[in-house]
Design a protein around this ligand. Structure first.
Ligand code: GLY
Length: 412
């Protein structure tokens, strides 16, 4: 190859590198920063009965017991840090904080066992194949499945709420992944069928014409819809942001597990609602409710963005037409979350990675605070983004080779 041609080839390579260097989110750095924060968290949390949850209004750390729906996220995040770093210190911490949730495997009073058990033990089992984790999860899955009543066709979320005795929240879609795993691990197809029935009834009853989701559907005898309500949203008729994230993520998992097109379509419809909404800000971090009354003077919800980013990244792998849009949007969300506007300075924020989430504004609870699940889905989304961009870079390498091939061809 002559000097001139060699120079052109080098220029093309540099161009590719520059474009990608500018565009790439620096996952390595973000995980490093996250690890620094979670090291603090491990130092300040020695008692395994006190799980990191958030920060109280007076600035003190807010810890919760294992029975709280969020108890599995800390262990789950520690497993993600182990997955990325391969550092056994994270594995040891993840083991400790996962086992701290074990006793909840016989808790039949909550639908949240998917969050509580599958985030820590599901990731732990995926990474270690520890048979003990499998047994814990199988017991937990039976507890969760006990809340499904075939006469209603849905898993009951809460035992009693505002006078209704069979309320189901959109968040419940997130627990189906756990039961899909249990169906495969136990060979019990009833779990699979249960997921499909729950998802079909949710698809029928939980969504409005524009594919936004109600938060709570109150069921009566025979699965009759008695009321469409909200618990954490701005109004019964509003689109509570995290709920839209749960719906997007939940139907993406439904498609992954069943390969039924109707679930892929549903996930895409929900994604379209979110991404085309006039109240979605340019940085793609939603307000806590798409219909919050005082937008733009309302709090953002980083946790909703983290759930959405992770869901969009998985959905991008199945979508035939919107893959690029989903990746680009998830990337914008992650870039925003990783910016100083949402990511806490190292050593602050009581060790949580992200700031600015909202738990339940109408209940005056957890407004504009860090939340342990915002961190969990942020880490998950970073890992997913890393995997997808490595795949893309491989195809970029092919493109670069093509460019070389073309040059070589021109030379002949
Ligand atoms: N699953 C409860 C929440 O999203 O706040």
């Amino acid at each position: 190859m002559g000097i001139r041609r060699f120079f052109i080839v080098i220029c093309i390579f540099s161009l590719f590198q520059t474009i990608f260097a500018q565009k790439e989110l620096n996952v390595q750095k973000e995980i490093k920063d996250a690890a620094k924060q979670y090291k603090t968290m491990l130092t300040t949390h020695q008692d395994v009965n006190k799980f990191p949850q958030s920060i109280w209004p007076d600035g003190e750390a807010k810890d919760m017991p294992s029975s709280w729906w969020c108890s599995g996220f800390f262990g789950g995040s520690l497993w993600y840090l182990y997955e990325f770093t391969h550092d056994t210190a994270w594995k040891n911490a993840a083991t400790k904080w996962s086992m701290a949730v074990e006793k909840e495997k016989i808790n039949t009073s909550t639908h949240d066992l998917g969050f509580m058990l599958y985030c820590p033990f599901g990731n732990g089992y995926r990474l270690t194949k520890n048979g003990q984790y499998k047994q814990i999860m199988l017991t937990g899955a039976a507890s969760l499945a006990s809340r499904f009543n075939p006469k209603y066709g849905v898993i009951k979320s809460w035992d009693d709420w505002e006078g209704y005795d069979y309320p189901v929240i959109i968040d419940n879609m997130m627990n189906l992944e756990f039961l899909f795993w249990a169906a495969k691990a136990s060979g019990n197809k009833a779990y699979y069928d249960l997921c499909v029935t729950h998802a079909d009834n949710t698809l029928k009853n939980h969504f409005r014409k524009d594919y936004s989701s109600y938060h709570v559907i109150c069921y009566g005898e025979g699965g009759k819809v008695l009321a469409q309500k909200t618990h954490q949203g701005a109004a019964d008729s509003s689109a509570w942001s995290r709920g839209q994230g749960w719906a997007l993520y939940g139907y993406t998992v439904m498609y992954r597990e069943t390969k039924q097109e109707k679930y892929l379509r549903q996930a895409e419809h929900v994604a379209h609602f979110i991404l085309s909404h006039p109240n979605l800000p340019a940085d793609k971090i939603p307000y806590w409710d798409f219909n919050a009354p005082h937008i733009p003077n309302e709090e953002r919800d980083a946790s909703a963005a983290a759930v959405m980013a992770s869901g969009l990244l998985e959905l991008s792998q199945y979508s035939k037409t919107n893959s690029k849009l989903y990746i680009e949007t998830a990337k914008t969300m992650l870039e925003s979350l990783a910016s100083p506007k949402y990511k806490a300075p190292i050593g602050s924020n009581k060790g949580f990675i992200l700031m600015h989430s909202v738990g339940a504004k109408p209940k005056h609870s957890e407004i504009d605070v860090p939340l342990v699940y915002a961190d969990y889905y942020y880490l998950e989304a970073l890992l997913r983004y890393d995997m997808i961009s490595k795949k893309q870079n491989k195809s970029l390498a092919i493109k670069a080779n093509d460019a070389l091939g073309l040059l070589a061809h021109a030379k002949k």
